[in-house]
Design a protein. Sequence first.
Length: 171
Amino acid sequence: MTTPTPELLRSLFAFDDWANKRVLDACASLTPEQFTRELGSSFRSVRDTLAHISGAQWVWLERLNGRSPAALPAPDTCGDLPSLRLHCSEVERDLLAFLNGASAVDLARVLEYRTARGEYRTPIWQILLYLVIHGTYHRGQITTLLRQLGAKPVNTDLIGFYRELAAQAAS
């Protein structure tokens, strides 16, 4: 597989930011109890699933900046929707800043990093692509959790993002 262009990865992260904001907006209809209710999914609750998405982005951003955090932040670090929204916004902003400063050569560079399981080497573009797909996977889980709570999920499909961009360009 060839290295994606910086433009493609920036577009995918714009999508990721769009989709995360839509999910966070959909969660605004939940009560605090619903937001943290244990639902028996991969993560304990809607909040914990959202915190996992943002926490994974933060961990990888730290690695991209030469640091090796020992673990993801605890889900209750951002105990409510406003604090989680702020954290997501800050991490997404910093990821986009990283991407905006990255060239094709930067994206092809192999990052050496350490996790609790060992030491690894991965091209930066693969890490970034993983983050978009990882977020998409867990947003799908949140869709199911919202339905279980009687809340209305939102469309976060990539084609929906492209359609919205096209509609904005046409108006």
